[in-house]
Ligand binder design. Structure first.
Ligand SMILES: [Zn+2]
Length: 104
């Protein structure tokens, strides 16, 4: 079963080129697959003041659609984390792997 394979983080991050991502959940509904992923919490450098922070601010879910895996249409629900700088208070999104449609 494909959803079982996709539940394996190594497999999914390899086929989707999401290095280091964690697969949280795989949903199947009427032949559509939704894979929920997020990145592990790591220390990030504030873009404003260059201090290090790992304080989590909030999350935004991005849906990356029209991916195709093994003939199945697949949506990636990427829970993108935002960090808050503990020094200057700036919020900024985490570094992301090379996803289509993710960036700005
Ligand atoms: Zn800062």
């Amino acid at each position: 079963m494909l959803s079982n394979m996709l539940s394996n983080s190594n497999y999914t991050t390899e086929i989707l080129d999401l290095q280091g991502a964690i697969v949280k959940n795989v949903e199947t509904a009427s032949n559509k697959l939704t894979v929920h992923v997020e990145m592990p919490v790591t220390e990030h450098i504030c873009p404003a003041c260059s201090c290090k922070t790992s304080r989590i601010h909030d999350y935004r879910v991005r849906h990356i659609k029209d991916l195709s895996v093994a003939g199945h249409s697949l949506t990636l629900a990427y829970r993108r984390r935002r960090y808050r700088c503990t020094s200057c208070g700036k919020c900024f999104p985490e570094k992301t792997p090379s996803l289509p449609d993710v960036g700005k």
